[in-house]
Design a protein around this ligand. Structure first.
Ligand code: SF4
Ligand code: SF4
Length: 71
């Protein structure tokens, strides 16, 4: 499972973090995008279930999941 974040679109609203049951995601402490927001990042991608809840909930279409052959 690959979790892709389009950092320049992310508002750091945390909705994807809220809906992610295995707590894969977190707001980045170090990164800041051109809009001045801390984007979300995948801290524990190995825990991802591929449920796509983060993708469905994101109002900015800033996060999406790619299922590869091993997932
Ligand atoms: S696909 Fe599901 S488990 Fe994976 S990061 Fe998104 S909400 Fe979390
Ligand atoms: S990826 Fe989307 S839902 Fe998650 S923090 Fe960024 S804007 Fe909000």
């Amino acid at each position: 499972m690959e979790i892709r974040v389009i950092e320049e679109r992310c508002k750091g609203c945390g909705m994807c973090i809220y809906v992610c049951a295995p707590k894969v995601l977190s707001i980045s402490k170090n990164k800041i995008n051109a809009m001045g927001f801390h984007p979300v990042e995948a801290l524990y991608p190995e825990k991802c279930l591929g449920c796509r809840m983060c993708e469905y909930i994101c109002p900015e279409f800033a996060i999406y999941i790619i299922k590869n052959e091993r997932s």
